[in-house]
Write a protein that binds this ligand. Structure first.
Ligand code: NAD
Ligand code: TYD
Length: 341
């Protein structure tokens, strides 16, 4: 089995590559990644010497490159992670998300069709369902109602991917996961940002009242879910992958402060994110029923392991928090008003 993985130098793609190479000795992986601010070869240190992994630096929007790579490598399947993945960045500037998430996915679908690729797993998100009132949970038939430029480009790419199944019989499968956390996550997302700020005694910027609810999924559980879909999913189907762990942001931030041994006085309530979704909630019953998959990682233990990883990998954190990150941090947080709760 040979896979083309896109975005394999990012947080989830690199975890998928590590986990997949460890699970299957006969597997070969070609990893196509542009190395944006979020792509990092250090995330692949564990597999860099493995002859079963080939890294190719390139853009999924580059049709000629994608076409020649598929021709040269002849992969059995594509697992498509590459994306501009952060809501706040898509609010500051939506153009990269538009290009990569829509045009990039389109470029891959066209090439996959031309090369008759046997399976195309499109990795998507629960954010396409938008904000849900309790006690609703989204199953795969729930209407799409995205709020942010990020989630709307993901919803658009889901529809495009599905159309290639319906129209061209390309064997597309779509996964929609909840919020991931774990080692190697870029410190722009809630959990790694709060952990790395806490470890440096910096303020923890909580948007609005901090009562927004997210469902937390450990990254390896997500990757096992994608592997279950790749191996045993049905063509043309959508599979939710949730962590079964709904928590308000403030509770997560407080657990991070407890795990890092830092005081709650580090919390700063700041102006809310525009268009902020109040609550995500997901049913993964279909994936469980069809493949037997279930999340294994308990949140407290997963968070403790994640905090331990960030403590032990200070050099990785320092490298990714230098340069472009500072510009982004200033743009997103610099002018943001502190608000009373
Ligand atoms: P990430 O931002 O950590 O990594 C994205 C990777 O894609 C980077 O390595 C980057 O260099 C690469 N990339 C970006 N644009 C590219 C392009 N044009 N061509 C080639 N490579 C490009 O993202 P992540 O958190 O690992 O997310 C991976 C996927 O999972 C995304 O599709 C995202 O929408 C989805 N997802 C993420 C979460 C989450 O909580 N992080 C949850 C559900 C779904
Ligand atoms: P994030 O990790 O950006 O994921 P998403 O918006 O895709 O769910 O944010 C998770 C939650 O944490 C979301 O409700 C926004 C909130 N949040 C903060 O309160 N402060 C922050 O600095 C960040 C990055 C997120």
């Amino acid at each position: 089995m040979k896979l083309l993985v896109t975005g394999g130098a990012g947080f989830i793609g690199s975890a998928f590559i590590r986990l997949s190479l460890a699970a299957d000795p006969s597997l070969q992986i070609v990893n196509l990644d542009k190395l944006t601010y979020a792509g990092n070869l250090a995330n692949l240190a564990e597999v860099v010497a493995d002859a079963r992994h080939r890294f190719v630096k390139g853009d999924i929007c580059d049709a000629a490159l994608v076409d020649s790579l598929l021709g040269e490598e002849g992969p059995d399947a594509i697992v498509h992670f590459a994306a501009e993945s952060h809501v706040d960045r898509s609010i500051l500037s939506a153009s990269p998300a538009f290009e990569t998430n829509l045009r990039g996915t389109f470029t891959l679908l066209e090439a996959a069709r031309a090369h008759r690729i046997g399976r195309f797993v499109h990795v998507s998100t629960d954010e396409v369902y938008g904000s849900l009132e309790a006690p609703l949970e989204a199953d795969e038939n729930f209407p799409l109602n995205p709020s942010s430029p990020y989630s709307s480009t993901k919803a658009g790419s889901d529809l495009l991917a599905r159309s290639y199944f319906l129209t061209h019989k390309l064997p597309v499968l779509i996964t929609r996961a909840s919020n991931n956390y774990g080692p190697y996550q870029f410190p722009e997302k809630l959990i790694p940002l709060m952990i790395s700020n806490a470890l440096e005694d910096l303020p923890l910027p909580v948007y609005g009242d901090g009562q927004q609810v997210r469902d937390w999924l450990y990254v390896d559980d997500h990757c096992r879910g994608i592997r279950a879909v790749l191996d045993r999913g049905r063509d043309g189907e959508i599979y939710n992958i949730g962590g079964n762990c709904s928590l308000p942001n403030l509770a997560v931030v407080r657990q991070i402060l407890a795990a890092t041994g830092k005081p709650e006085s580090l919390i700063r309530y700041v102006a809310d994110r525009p268009g902020h979704d109040r609550r995500y909630a997901l049913s993964s019953a279909k994936l469980k029923r069809e493949t037997g998959w279930a999340p294994r990682q308990d949140f407290a233990a997963g968070l403790a392991a994640t905090v331990a990883w960030y403590r032990a990998n200070h050099d990785w954190v320092a490298a990714v928090k230098s340069g472009e990150y500072r510009t982004y941090y200033e743009r997103n947080y610099g002018g943001r008003a502190t608000v009373a709760k």
